[in-house]
Design a protein around this ligand. Structure first.
Ligand code: GLU
Length: 544
């Protein structure tokens, strides 16, 4: 609640402060030194769309520097209770898929490793002790139970939950006594009692009265792990990070971080807290509202290039007029990133949260699909890919297996792709239920049918049998079907529904002529002739 109103104050300040909007571009100093940025995920969940966007903006920022720089991955796993197994591999894998390749990080190496915080515990211990020895940190023996009671009392009094700094003034003998009793303790940072601020590249001056609002924060836990705050700033300092670009949700913590830098006598990096990506209902993107993990889109058949474009579309400073950004021939993520890095400018990054619409991602992907389908080399890859999906889903009984050679099979798939390319978002759409008829013969229960309907279908068969295979086009087929239907004195709607049903097992769907073009002459005739097994006379199907 408080967090929200605090953020709101900052936002209001931003909206009203025109001078700030004009000036903020001058607060980025990156040309002076070798830029080093990091993406520092905690392995508590698979890579989220929002996480990928943070990684992307860091990557683009460093790649857009004339003087060069490094993009580092650091795994922040100090909260051991929240680690999800397999997440680190997943994170690295998804980033690699998206073309975001780190210069340093776990499994890659670098001069500032190790890059996994749980492998750096001795370092944090040393720095925590340094603060303790200097009297800037102190031992706190408050038990979880005491803190819980404190929180409850504050809640009852309708006060903000805050640590009351009780252990700050323990005497030497009190501390000794507790240590002798083997009482566990944490280290807390003694905060100065004044309102602190820092200059954020995007958001201007950010103030937060952390001392009176939160009380002294824990920096080192009783399990000999540092908290996020200590580990984060020690690593940013030792890894020579020059710019921290991270989500706005960390903005409150930054005031604490700046105080820690002061305590060590170090110069903090420059901070840019990125606006959030929100769902269409204005809430933070979360898995409750649908797919938010990069892996889900990857497995669903989305191209990395589409996801990169989708993320760049929201608040990253690329204009709509620049249109979709992809490489000249094949939309590889590396090419997309190269093009983006040339256009990227931190000064253009927005300050307002963005409401994202996943239909935009679909639009990008279908544009990329069409782009790929216009390239000879990528068509062959897509034919192969689709063939693999078909085999996986329909097994050996799919109709490709009835064809005598690979050339025929590929021609068939190529036809499907070219006829349906404007109607799909991902390649896998072509194996969704709606497209089952393309790959397997539908099973159609025998029904009773009027004799004139039966004749009509068989006349269509004769027309198709006579037609030259090369003549299979919508333009040729549609008028002939209409002609036959008119001569049979049948109503158009039931006649077409019957043909569609026999061909696809569906009463609604693409135009009959299109289905025939996809299936080809032989397969279409075979399906239509099934009508001969129907019983004559009854009007049931004619009413469809
Ligand atoms: N470990 C934090 C996270 O999981 C990163 C915070 C930061 O970038 O400083 O999001």
């Amino acid at each position: 609640m408080f967090y929200k109103s605090w953020l709101l104050n900052i936002c209001n300040h931003r909206f009203t402060c025109k001078t700030y909007q004009r000036c903020r571009r001058f607060s980025i100093s990156s040309h002076l030194w070798n830029v080093r940025v990091r993406f520092a995920p905690s392995p508590t969940g698979f890579l989220h769309i929002g996480g990928l966007r943070t990684a992307l903006l860091n990557y683009l920022f460093v790649k857009s520097q004339k003087g060069g720089g490094q993009f580092i991955i650091r795994i922040e796993d100090t909260d051991q209770s929240r680690i999800v197994p397999g997440v680190v591999e997943n994170l690295l894998n998804q980033l690699k898929w998206a073309g975001i390749t780190p210069d340093e990080g776990p499994g890659i190496g670098g001069d500032f490793g190790p890059y996994v915080q749980s492998e750096r515990l001795d370092i944090y211990e040393k720095y925590a002790n340094q603060l303790l020895d200097n009297g800037i940190a102190y031992k706190c023996f408050c038990s979880e139970r005491r803190l819980e009671i404190l929180r409850r009392d504050q809640m009852q009094r309708k006060e903000r939950s805050r640590y009351d700094n009780r252990c700050r003034n323990l005497s030497e003998s009190e501390i000794e006594e507790k240590l002798d009793l083997g009482m566990p303790y944490v280290l807390r940072l003694k905060l100065q009692n004044d309102i602190r601020s820092f200059e954020d590249i995007l958001n201007g001056e950010i103030k937060h009265d952390v001392a009176s609002i939160e009380g002294d924060p824990v920096i080192y836990k009783s399990d000999r792990y540092p908290t996020y705050h200590l580990a984060n700033i020690v690593d940013d300092h030792l890894m020579k990070i020059t710019h921290v670009l991270r989500g706005q949700e960390w903005m409150m913590s930054t005031v604490k971080h700046v105080m820690l830098y002061e305590a060590f006598g170090w110069k903090p990096p420059q901070y840019a807290h990125l606006p959030l990506l929100l769902n269409e209902d204005g809430r933070k993107l979360s898995k409750r509202q649908g797919d938010v993990y990069v892996e889900q889109y990857r497995e669903g058949g989305y191209h990395a290039a589409s996801i990169l474009n989708f993320l760049a579309h929201y608040g990253a400073g690329f204009t709509e007029s620049s249109g979709i950004i992809f490489g000249d021939e094949v939309a590889t993520p590396t090419k997309v990133l190269d093009i983006m890095a040339k256009e990227f400018s931190m000064e253009k990054v927005g300050v307002n949260n963005s409401i994202v619409s996943f239909s935009k991602l679909g639009e990008y992907n279908s544009t990329i699909l069409k782009h790929l389908l216009s390239d000879e080399r990528s068509i062959n890859c897509m034919i192969e890919e689709l063939r693999k999906y078909v085999l996986e889903k329909y097994g050996e009984s799919n109709i490709l297996n009835k064809m005598s050679n690979d050339e025929q099979k590929n021609e068939y798939i190529d036809r499907v792709l070219s006829i349906r390319k404007n109607h799909i978002t991902v390649l896998k759409d072509l194996i969704s239920e709606e497209y089952n008829y393309v790959w397997i013969r539908p099973s159609i229960p025998h029904e009773e049918i009027q004799e004139d309907m039966m004749k009509f279908v068989l006349n269509i068969c004769s027309f198709l049998e006579d037609i030259n295979v090369d003549g299979l086009s919508k333009e040729v087929i549609t008028p002939r079907i209409r002609d036959i239907q008119a001569k049979a004195k049948l109503k158009i709607a039931p006649a077409m529904t019957l043909l569609r049903y026999l061909l696809s097992g569906r009463k609604q769907g693409p135009a009959v002529a299109e289905i025939i073009c996809i299936l080809g002459k032989t397969e279409s005739v075979a399906r239509l002739k099934k009508i001969q097994q129907f019983h004559n006379k009854s009007p049931s199907l004619a009413k469809m």
